[in-house]
Design a protein around this ligand. Structure first.
Ligand code: UD1
Length: 434
């Protein structure tokens, strides 16, 4: 099995270019099959989540062609519509965003049969709000044998939908289905994440009529059909935040390029509270830190609050700050599984309910680690890069779901990190790294 091997203790320095936003890409790639015309999507991150979703899109009859590593042409014409075809492949069970195919297929064909989503084990992650939204639009839904959800409707008719919980997935999914419903849909208490706006912008480029994305009330006037479009995905806020935090934890100096600084404000302000210097440019941020880091308090919240997808990385950096920090997770209930790994590196962290109480230590020590999920895996990479000595991290397939060429990017910043597949290669790395 592949694993990362890392030698820590080197301040990371240099430039890094951020890929397109994974979570926007997943919604946009699903939306692209809602027309029979060709769509060209640029800045698609080349990570396993997007590759898997595209494979599923191809398997149901759409044409998918990579023009280059980050530009994908999709044509949904060949999808066989409502003939009972189901999206049920072992590999897609593992990704969360398979659920966007429900909204996309239901909108276009008024029929969807999609295996229920998996994704990282960070909590119970129900999709009741998605289902409630589809049913409000007039769909009937059933969970059938094999863990699949079948949603079908004679007509989809616009409705006023109030989301009990702010949900990124439900907001995007309802937006997809409602784009081709009859009449007007209003989503109240909608999520406001940048990728919601990006998916709405893409749908509008395809001819949809969606207003208010980015606020908590989204108004969608259904249209008869969508047409082909060319679109470039926004930069990944979480990949950017991960490198920002890496700069701080390793006391480095990184220029993070191809970002929208506005989307990073919650992260930038917490890093500044920790004593880092964050300089914003038009489409880049520079993050520098040296010396002593200061403790702070963090609570994850829906955008524009502090993102849950950055919780583990920030807690890892705070583990190296003087004083006591409290990190509260308010979105998912099972998102501290990395803490036991950090403790084995010397961290002093106590989890009480949905809070981690962190007493900063002077340094981490390298260890054999295992990534519990995508963002926690990235946090362990940060920990290993800032630790004394060598670390190995197993289960890196989680990290590869969302970070493109993570090891290459780290190496370009002077970090010592490689992917190896045997103990022998670990030993060779250790000899080389000194
Ligand atoms: C998406 C992101 C994930 C991110 C999360 C929060 C994708 C593919 N994944 O996940 O990276 O961590 O947003 O920013 O974009 N909930 C319900 N019922 C539902 C749906 C959600 O109770 O039907 C709850 C969840 O359990 C959670 C909260 O709502 O407590 C927010 O979840 P949601 O925003 O939907 O997360 P995901 O779309 O799964």
């Amino acid at each position: 099995m592949e694993q990362y091997v890392i030698k820590g203790g080197i301040p990371l320095e240099g430039d890094v270019v951020i890929a397109g936003a994974k979570n926007a890409a997943l919604g946009i790639l699903a939306a692209a099959i809602m027309t029979d015309d060709k769509c060209v999507i640029e800045n698609v991150p080349y990570v396993s989540d997007t590759v898997v979703l595209l494979r599923a899109i191809e398997a149901i009859g759409a044409t998918v062609k990579y023009r280059d590593k980050h530009t994908v042409e999709i044509c949904g014409k060949g999808i066989r519509g409502n003939d009972g075809l189901s999206v049920d492949y072992d590999y897609i069970r593992n990704i969360r965003a398979s659920y966007y195919l429900i909204g996309a297929l239901l909108g276009k064909y008024k029929y969807a049969d999609v295996v229920l989503p998996g994704g990282c084990d960070i909590g119970s992650r129900p999709i009741d709000l998605h289902v409630k939204g589809f049913e409000a639009l007039g769909a009937r839904t059933n969970i059938v044998f094999g863990g699949r959800i079948v949603a079908e409707a004679d007509h989809l008719v616009g409705k006023h939908i109030y989301l009990d919980t702010v949900s990124v997935g439900a907001t995007i999914n309802i937006m997809l289905a409602a784009a081709l419903a009859e009449g007007k849909t209003t989503i109240e208490n909608a999520a406001k994440e940048p990728h919601i706006v990006d998916v709405a912008n893409f749908l509008n480029t395809m001819g949809a009529n969606i207003k208010g994305a980015g606020t908590d009330v989204i108004r969608i006037r259904g249209v008869d059909r969508l047409h082909g479009a060319e679109y470039s995905i926004i930069p990944d806020q979480i990949e950017a935040g991960t490198f920002m935090t890496m700069a701080v934890a390793t006391r480095g100096n990184i220029l993070i390029k191809n970002v929208i600084p506005k989307h990073l404000e919650a992260i930038s302000s917490k890093l500044a509270e920790m004593g880092a210097t964050v300089i914003e440019y038009d489409d880049a941020v520079r993050v520098m830190a040296d010396g002593v880091l200061k403790s702070t308090q963090i609570k994850t919240l829906p955008y524009p609050g502090f993102p849950t997808d950055m919780q583990a990385q920030m807690a890892t950096a705070l583990g190296l700050a003087t004083g006591t920090s409290i990190v509260t997770e308010s979105i998912f209930e099972n998102r501290f599984r990395y803490v036991s790994e950090l403790i084995r590196m010397g961290a002093q962290i106590r989890v009480e309910g949905n809070s981690a109480i962190i007493t900063g230590v002077d340094h981490y020590t390298g260890a054999r680690l295992s990534a519990p999920d995508l963002r926690a895996g990235a946090a362990l990479v940060i920990a290993a890069l800032s630790a004394d000595g060598f670390s190995t991290i197993e289960e890196i397939q989680f990290v590869q779901r969302g970070y493109e060429e993570f090891d290459e990017k780290v190496r370009s910043l002077g970090g010592k990190m490689e992917i190896v597949s045997s103990e022998r290669e670990v030993q060779k790395f250790k000899l080389r790294a000194g």
